[in-house]
Design a protein around this ligand. Structure first.
Ligand code: WTA
Length: 664
């Protein structure tokens, strides 16, 4: 490091507040801090600004119907179509411009540009094919696909005919696919033959087929996108209900499908996410509110403009990809990028190469990725021209100030604002973050609620806690992008998100408070630092995993009597899965059992849930009432000082386990 670098490093280390760079402010979509007051004074009518970003077939009568909380309705009476908004309406002005830049794993010349014109054609053909296969309005179509262009094409085709999609992350297991198809009664699946990972072809259809065996109802059609190049394919005979994606589309070449007029409150998609119990939650998002909110936040926070080449490195299998690779950016008519593969193949500069090649203007990624980049070293980004970047964003988990500053300096060259955006599958879009052209940034703190939102940090009784003290994050007012319910389970919707802090017998919206199940603290300036989940959900590499789901996979293994799963700190992943296991009498606590346990977790959920450690223990620390003390298990995993164990029924077990884990 040069003398100059050392000084810079020292200055950054100490700096706690960063102003938005002047060059950014000058061109920002929003640069007037008056927007906060404007939204507050004019609430909920302020949200018309979001709705105005879309084309409506019938304009809405009412911005918010809050007569039956927490079943809020937005833009009631309005109708629109999401695919028309994301594709058709850009044809006149931007038909020849790129809608999607797809960067494939570099197995061959594998990049494809889809102009709006081309995307329109593909979406229409596949929409016609889906219809012919019998997909009707409101039929849920499941997608089990990696980052290949047929995924957004299929999503938009569904949106066109009013069929909600339910995208299942390709890294999830066959069982996870079956569970989600069963929960949604989904009779249609779009999947693919395989894809490339670190240069090797993976057999995805095998996993899909295995999942289909677990589906408890008839599946009408399985469309198979053929991604693998000749010679890389795996041997599969298509069943009678299986047909190649391209064949389906080719049979409808050049056809156009009139976009179905959808009520603002009609479901656009379902997304299953992990919760406290073993059953994944089917989060329901709507056409009008969700799309308005995705578009508005894309414009306000990501500063997207039509001429941008915007790059979000998430996977479309998660909510970030839905809102901020597909729906938000395409609603605004920009160019959105999609890449297949991993950030370290063919080398650890994959993202930087992509940014340089495409002159990307924004990068939206996850703290887990930034921690990996830091570890790999700045020589990777330093050897590329990243000067096209104007804004950086993060999402998915808390970012520590060191990683924030590294990102700001080595990727943004100190001239891009960094937006640390807190939100959830359930919120549809961003909730807490600074506006990049308005607010000062404080590394480690997401920032204030967006204009039009209201959040507090409260104690268990719901009273606001003092600045600086940890408490629970709550959201006090509804917003357009909010989930409407859990699919076919209104009761669980209330139990999971509202019961804790609301007067659930009241029909006054003031008495209803949304609880995201995160802990947080707030500072004197109203900046919120989100500390992490307070329910039994882990955040592994920015992915939400339910401990109950993992535990139930483990107790299904022969020889296992009981299991407790907790999160332990991990340098790159943020949290890692630690599994404490009690075996049945006579079962050997050996490598073979450990492997069967790991395999069971991978089969039930996927490799992302793979336990970092499996710890055999004769007992679990329990309170006198028989509750497992997870907190202690976490302390053990993290090598921390162990708290008070006197309330335990079996205090001795704690030090025994700690000895095992630490090997001391
Ligand atoms: C966590 C991802 C701190 C949080 C969009 C939340 C964050 C969960 C942040 C939702 C952030 C997300 N700072 N924590 N900027 N963003 N989280 O549903 O615990 O996959 O509840 O949605 O991720 O994860 P989900």
């Amino acid at each position: 490091m040069s003398e100059e670098d050392v000084q810079l490093e020292a200055r950054l280390e100490e700096q706690a507040v960063f102003e938005p760079p002047e060059s950014f402010v000058e061109q920002a979509n929003i640069s007037d801090e008056g927007i906060y007051d404007e939204f507050e004074e004019n609430w909920p009518a302020c949200w018309e600004q979001a709705a105005d970003l879309l084309d409506w077939e019938d304009s809405y009568d009412q911005v918010l119907d809050d007569s039956n909380p927490p079943f809020y309705e937005w833009f009631t009476g309005g109708s629109l179509n999401a695919s028309a908004n994301c594709v058709d309406r850009h044809l006149d002005e931007r038909g020849d411009e790129a809608a999607i830049e797809w960067v494939g794993e570099p197995v061959e010349e594998d990049n494809v540009t889809y102009t709006y014109e081309e995307l329109h054609r593909e979406v229409n053909e596949f929409a016609a094919a889906l219809r012919e296969q019998g997909v009707g309005e409101d039929d849920v179509v499941t997608m089990y696909m990696p980052m290949i262009p047929q995924l957004p094409i299929a999503m938009l085709a569904c949106a066109r005919i009013g069929a909600p999609h339910s995208v299942v992350f390709a890294g999830f297991s066959a069982d996870a696919l079956a569970t989600r198809m069963n929960a949604a009664d989904s009779e249609y699946l779009v999947t693919c033959d395989g894809y490339y990972r670190r240069g090797d072809p993976l057999d995805h259809l095998e996993k899909a087929n295995e999942g289909l065996e677990g589906v408890d109802h008839e599946v009408q059609t399985v469309a198979v996108a053929e991604r693998l190049l000749d010679g890389d394919g795996f041997d599969h005979d298509y069943a009678d209900n299986q047909v190649a994606f391209d064949e389906l589309s080719a049979a409808h070449e050049g056809e156009s499908v009139e976009p179905v007029s959808r009520d603002a409150e009609d479901m656009l998609f379902l997304m299953y996410t992990s919760g406290t119990t073993g059953e994944p939650k089917g989060v329901k998002h709507t056409t009008g509110g969700y799309l308005s909110y995705a578009a508005w936040t894309s414009q306000a926070v990501l500063d997207i403009k039509p001429d941008d080449t915007y790059f979000c490195s998430a996977d479309i299998g998660w909510i970030t990809g839905h809102s901020y690779i597909i729906y938000g950016p395409l609603a605004l008519g920009t160019t959105t990028m999609m890449y297949e593969g991993t950030p370290d193949y063919p080398d650890k500069d994959r993202l930087w190469q992509i940014i340089e090649d495409y002159e990307a203007t924004q990068l939206y990624t996850a703290p887990t990725a930034i921690r990996a980049f830091m570890k790999w070293g700045e020589e990777y980004p330093d050897s590329h021209d990243l000067s096209s970047l104007r804004l950086l964003g993060t999402v998915g988990e808390p970012i520590n100030p060191r990683a924030w500053k590294w990102y700001y300096k080595h990727i943004g060259d100190e001239s891009c604002p960094v937006v640390d955006t807190w939100w959830q599958t359930e919120t549809g879009g961003m909730m807490l973050t600074t506006l990049p052209g308005v607010g000062d940034m404080k590394p480690g703190s997401a920032g204030p609620p967006l204009p039009g939102l209201s959040a507090d940090i409260v104690d268990v009784s719901g009273s606001p806690v003092e600045a600086g003290k940890a408490g629970y994050l709550v959201v006090n007012k509804p917003w357009p992008g909010m989930l409407r319910t859990l699919y076919k389970n209104d009761e669980r919707f209330i139990d999971e998100y509202w019961r804790e802090y609301s007067d659930i017998d009241s029909d006054d919206p003031e008495d209803w408070v949304y609880f995201p199940e995160d802990g947080a603290k707030i500072d004197q300036d109203g900046y919120i630092t989100v500390l992490g989940r307070v329910d039994d959900v882990l955040n592994v590499s920015g992915h939400r995993l339910g401990t109950m789901e993992i535990e139930s996979a483990i107790v299904g293994v022969e020889g296992v009597a009981e299991a407790a799963v907790v999160g332990g700190n991990h340098e790159i992943k943020g949290e890692a899965v630690y599994a404490y296991v009690i075996t049945e009498d006579g079962a050997d606590e050996d490598e073979e059992l450990r492997e069967r346990i790991i395999e069971a977790v991978e089969d039930a959920i996927g490799p992302i849930a793979r336990p970092e450690q499996v710890i055999f223990t004769p007992e679990l620390p329990k309170t006198r009432s028989g509750k497992i003390m997870r907190r202690l298990l976490e302390d053990i995993a993290n090598g921390e000082e162990l708290g008070d164990t006197s309330t335990l029924r079996n205090p001795d077990v704690v030090s025994d386990i700690a000895t095992k884990v630490r090997g001391d």
